[in-house]
Design a protein around this ligand. Sequence first.
Ligand SMILES: *[C@@H]1O[C@H](CO)[C@@H](O)[C@H](O)[C@H]1NC(C)=O
Ligand SMILES: *[C@@H]1O[C@H](CO)[C@@H](O)[C@H](O)[C@H]1NC(C)=O
Ligand SMILES: *[C@@H]1O[C@H](CO)[C@@H](O)[C@H](O)[C@H]1NC(C)=O
Ligand SMILES: *[C@@H]1O[C@H](CO)[C@@H](O)[C@H](O)[C@H]1NC(C)=O
Ligand SMILES: *[C@@H]1O[C@H](CO)[C@@H](O)[C@H](O)[C@H]1NC(C)=O
Ligand SMILES: *[C@@H]1O[C@H](CO)[C@@H](O)[C@H](O)[C@H]1NC(C)=O
Length: 551
Amino acid sequence: MLLPVLLFAVVLVDSSQGYVFFAGGRDGWVLNPSESYGHWAERNRFQVNDSIVFRYEKGEDSVLVVAKKDFDSCNLSHPNRRFADGDSRFEFERSGWFFFVSGAPGRCEAGQKLVVVVMAVRRPRWPPVSAPPSLSPTPVLPPAASPPSETSDPATPPASAPSPSPKASARPPAFPPIPTGETSVPVLSPAPGPSESAATAGAGDHSGKWMLRIATLVGDLDRLWRALRALYHPRNFYVVHLDREAPAMERQALAARVANDSLFAAVGNVVVIEKANMVTYRGPTMVANTLHAGALLLKQSKDWDWFINLSASDYPLVTQDDILHAFSSLPRNISFVEHTSRLAWKEEHRAKPVIVDPGLYLDKKTNVFWVSQKRDLPTAFKLFTGSAWVALSREFLEFCVWGWDNLPRILLMYYTNFVSAPEGYFQTVICNAPEFAGTVANHDLHYIRWDVPPKQHPHVLTLDDLPQMVSSGAPFARKFPRDGHVLDRIDQQLLGRANGSFVPGGWCVGDPPCSEVGDMAALRPGKGAERVARLMNGIIRSNKFAENQCR
Ligand SMILES: *[C@@H]1O[C@H](CO)[C@@H](O)[C@H](O)[C@H]1NC(C)=O
Ligand SMILES: *[C@@H]1O[C@H](CO)[C@@H](O)[C@H](O)[C@H]1NC(C)=O
Ligand SMILES: *[C@@H]1O[C@H](CO)[C@@H](O)[C@H](O)[C@H]1NC(C)=O
Ligand SMILES: *[C@@H]1O[C@H](CO)[C@@H](O)[C@H](O)[C@H]1NC(C)=O
Ligand SMILES: *[C@@H]1O[C@H](CO)[C@@H](O)[C@H](O)[C@H]1NC(C)=O
Ligand SMILES: *[C@@H]1O[C@H](CO)[C@@H](O)[C@H](O)[C@H]1NC(C)=O
């Protein structure tokens, strides 16, 4: 049978170059639209000079523009504006929040109301970053799950991480170690020049960027905001995702905060995924979400080196200047994926069960369900498992996202029915791809403290853990309580971050400090850079690098 398909897009542009939105789409301004107004507003992106048109039966209804408190309480007594002509057009002349309610009695209470957040500036979603300095690490934080799928690994605890102390060995280390002294590092060191080790980097003009992908729990907006500020560097890219569990208002509020932040707006390197994905605890939808964020980054820019996924309960232990400096000397092809092939109890409990993730096809969140039949262990490839926290090289992410080799796609389909897919997908792909197996570093860049024996979730970190966090050399730690002295202490002692502001770095100028971007290439690495370099010496610049690969 022939199925002719015609696709077309119509964009209405008026003289002032604004878009015209029709409230509620096809249904118009009615009592019970087929798509809720909250959902409709969330699908659209409103900018200054756009207009919204309300269509309804003249005489039957009206539109009131009201203040937030009157919106909340459906108080119709003193609207800012009132329209009743049946085809009412309202132009957004400023950014911020706009509240619309129906003027017909009882309808506001029944839900005929609409909130719109208008973005501050009309700009492409992902403006080019100005002349990139020649440095490289590109952290990207992927979205976190809701609730975050812990990387818990009761039988094979975090242990497979190589010890940070490089041991003398017969074989030469894969890469020459960077000397790290105990003394504090000079302030204001010049940005490293184009890295000769950037074999695949072409001109070597990568600016240091990570992609930050964060997904968080309901009500976690403030925590996410704090982590974002602690992790921010103008050279990195950040993709932020609040999953579908978060109320639409919260996602809009996050987008509005990002759009309204003058520094984020000026640099344009923080992107909020506004069309939220459904993400199920332990389900494959988390992997889909991570790949989605990765695909977004690859599409927007090739100018970054590592894709890192974090959640709102993660926090950095070193400054971004430290990370950029320490990573600038690493080969760009290294991916950090903690892994092991010793599945142990996971063989029975992860690899053999077959699950279905309703997040793939239902629009309400429910838990994964188990199919009664079990399946055999695979023989077409070897299974690996490990930490769900990964830092992937751009090359490897391209391999996974583009799928010119069928392996990443086949494994994605296999993991669709796998319990805790995020703890195995990237591990199994990288170790079964000969061209990438030699690039995997067996570490997840996190300090995570497990119970002995490990339970489902790791310890919530407290002040007592601070010395171990620091001595681990890990750039990130998890998981942290929503509010705790430990984060304040990390801000104070490790990051030098003042309450509410960014972590000071070489890029900071303006008054107050870091309110403007100066020289993005200027790095001021401190003690944190030494700690990370020591860790890297242990992981990558030692013979352990190859010994710990894919075993
Ligand atoms: C909105 O339109 C006015 C008038 O056409 C124009 O001056 C202004 O720059 C526009 N604002 C934005 C943000 O596009
Ligand atoms: C509506 O708001 C006005 C002004 O704030 C107030 O005087 C009035 O009592 C409110 N009405 C209701 C029903 O809350
Ligand atoms: C934007 O920021 C200003 C002050 O910095 C604040 O008054 C305003 O409410 C913010 N707007 C939004 C939409 O968050
Ligand atoms: C990425 O990060 C989230 C936390 O935001 C985590 O739950 C998820 O499992 C991670 N890993 C993968 C492979 O998606
Ligand atoms: C990774 O890059 C380094 C340095 O650029 C190179 O020497 C090495 O051969 C590469 N490794 C693989 C497995 O391609
Ligand atoms: C700054 O810190 C104080 C005390 O820890 C806290 O009460 C306050 O809310 C913080 N302010 C901001 C803007 O985070």
